[in-house]
Design a protein around this ligand. Structure first.
Ligand code: HAM
Length: 424
C-alpha cells in the first residue's frame, strides 16, 4: 500500500500542545479575573459572520478586510467571513439582541479565535486568540481611561514590566476633514517615493500613511503634521480629560501622534501597549473609541470604547521576561503500586485522594518499582505514595516526600488527611 501523505496544520496556524496549554489557561484566568474586577460580563459570538459586517465596520479598504479576510460562500451562496476581530460581532449582537434596552451602559468581554490571512511570522498568525473588552454606552472620557487602566492592570497582573503605553487622539470626522487635507498635501510631495499601498491610502485614508511599516514611508511620516495640532475644541478637551484621569491614576504613558489604528471605526482616543523587548509584532494590545460604529450598523447612536490583544503575544512577552504561568499541571501525588497484588488498593486510594481535590497520577504501566519512582520524580510530583505487598498486608501506605527524600509509613486511614494537610 502507498504511504499516505502526512497532513499538516494549515500555514499560519498551530496546535496548543499539552505541555504548554497551561500558559493559555493562565492568561485566560488572569483576563477573566480582571474582567470580574471591572465588572465586565462575557459574550460569545459565532466565529463566522456575514462578511458585510466587517466591510461596513472595520472598513472595505482596510488591509484587514481587503487583503486578510477569510471570505467564503456557504452552500446557499451567502457571503460569510471568519471573524478577523471581535468588536464588530459584539456590536452586531448588542444591536440584534437589544442589549441597550433598560441599560445605560453595557460592559462586555470576549475571548476566542480570530482569523487574518496575513504573512505568518512570530507573533502573527492566521488563526490567533484574542481577548477583548467593549464599554458601550458612554462618551465620558473616564471610560476611555478605564479601558486603558484595564489593559495596564491585565498586563501588570501577568507580571510584565517591559512595556510602554502609547496614546493618541485621532479626533472626529470634523477634525479629520482639515487634518486629512494637510496630511495629503504633505505626503503628495513625496509621490513615487511612497509604497504602492500608501499611494492608494493617500486617496482613501491619508491617516493610514502614518502607520505604514515600509521603512522609506516611515521615514517620510517622521516629519508629518501631527493630528494633535488639528483637534477641534471638544476632541481636544476629551483627550485632555483622558490624560488627566491617567495622571490621577498614576498610569505612565506617552502621547504618540502616529497611532492611528488599522480599523476604520475609531474616533478620538486610540492607544496601544507596546512590548519594548521586541521590534516586530510588538503591539501587545490596542484599542480606542468608536462613537459612530453602533449607529452605522443600524443601532441607536451610542458611543463606545474598547480594546483587544493577542494571547500569543502575551505568552511570548512573558517567556521573554521569564515569568511563571501559575501552577504548572504537575501531579501533586504519584501513586506507585505493584501491578499484581496491590493494584486494587492503589486504585481505591487514588480515587479517594482525587475526591479530596488532590492532583493524583496513577501508574498504569506495568513497570518495576524503580522505574515508577524515576517517573514520579520526573513528573514533578511533591509526594509519592507507595503501595507494595507489605503495605497491603499491614493496612498502611508509604509516603515519600520527593523534595526532601524522606519517607514514612502511615495507616491507610491517615494517608489522605496527611497529604491534604501538606498540599492544601
Ligand atoms: P487590532 O489592533 O487589529 O484591534 O488587534 C488587537 C490585537 O490583536 C493586536 O494588538 C495584537 O496583539 C493581536 N493581533 C492582531 N492580529 C494578530 C495576528 N495576526 N496574530 C497574532 N495576534 C494578532 C482590534 O482587533 C480591535 N477590535 C480592538 C478593539 C476592541 N478596539 C475597540 N475594541
Amino acid at each position: 500500500m502507498d504511504k499516505q501523505k502526512q497532513i499538516k496544520a494549515p500555514r499560519g496556524t498551530y496546535d496548543i500542545l499539552p505541555d504548554s496549554s497551561y500558559k493559555w489557561s493562565w492568561i485566560n484566568k488572569k483576563f477573566a479575573e480582571t474582567a470580574a474586577a471591572f465588572r465586565y460580563l462575557e459574550m460569545v459570538t459565532p466565529v463566522f459572520e456575514s462578511s458585510q459586517l466587517f466591510e461596513r465596520s472595520v472598513g472595505g479598504q482596510t488591509d484587514i478586510v481587503e487583503k486578510e479576510m477569510y471570505k467564503f460562500k456557504d452552500r446557499k451562496g451567502r457571503l460569510l467571513a471568519l471573524r478577523p476581530e471581535g468588536t464588530a460581532p459584539v456590536v452586531r449582537s448588542y444591536i440584534e439582541n437589544n442589549l441597550q434596552a433598560g441599560n445605560s451602559t453595557a460592559k462586555l468581554y470576549y475571548n476566542g479565535p480570530m482569523f487574518r490571512y496575513d504573512r505568518p511570522q512570530k507573533g502573527r498568525y492566521r488563526q490567533f486568540y484574542q481577548y477583548g473588552i467593549e464599554y458601550i454606552g458612554t462618551a465620558d472620557p473616564y471610560a476611555d481611561t478605564e479601558v486603558i487602566l484595564f489593559s495596564d492592570m491585565l498586563i501588570s497582573r501577568l507580571g510584565l514590566t517591559n512595556y510602554r503605553l502609547e496614546i493618541n487622539s485621532i479626533g472626529c470626522s470634523k477634525c479629520s476633514e482639515s487634518y486629512n487635507q494637510v496630511l495629503s498635501n504633505y505626503f503628495a510631495k513625496y509621490g513615487d517615493e511612497l509604497c504602492g499601498d500608501c499611494r492608494k491610502r493617500l486617496i482613501n485614508n491619508p491617516k493610514r500613511l502614518l502607520d505604514c511599516k515600509v521603512s522609506s514611508c516611515k521615514a517620510i511620516a517622521e516629519d508629518a503634521p501631527s493630528i494633535v495640532d488639528y483637534l477641534d475644541e471638544e476632541c481636544s478637551e476629551h483627550f485632555s480629560q483622558v490624560k488627566s484621569y491617567l495622571d490621577l491614576l498614576e498610569v505612565d504613558y506617552i502621547v504618540n501622534p502616529k497611532i492611528v489604528r488599522g480599523l476604520d471605526y475609531y474616533n478620538r482616543t486610540a492607544f496601544e501597549l507596546i512590548d519594548i523587548l521586541t521590534e516586530t509584532q510588538n503591539a501587545l494590545l490596542g484599542g480606542g473609541r468608536y462613537d459612530t460604529l453602533i449607529a452605522s450598523l443600524g443601532g441607536k447612536k451610542t458611543p463606545a470604547v474598547g480594546m483587544a490583544g493577542g494571547i500569543e503575544r502575551l505568552i511570548a512577552a512573558m517567556e521573554r521576561e521569564n515569568l511563571e504561568f501559575g501552577m504548572e499541571p504537575k501531579p501533586e501525588v504519584y501513586v506507585i503500586n505493584n501491578d499484581c497484588s496491590t493494584k486494587k488498593e492503589a486504585i481505591k486510594l487514588t480515587a479517594e485522594l482525587r475526591k479530596n481535590g488532590l492532583w493524583v497520577e496513577f501508574e498504569i504501566d506495568k513497570n518495576s518499582f524503580n522505574k515508577q519512582f524515576k517517573t514520579a520524580l520526573k513528573s514533578g510530583a511533591a509526594f509519592a505514595v507507595i503501595i507494595g505487598p507489605e503495605e497491603v498486608a499491614t493496612g498502611t501506605v508509604t509516603i515519600k516526600n520527593l523534595t526532601i527524600e524522606e519517607q514514612k509509613r502511615y495507616k491507610n486511614s491517615e494517608a489522605t488527611g496527611y497529604l491534604k494537610e501538606k498540599l492544601r
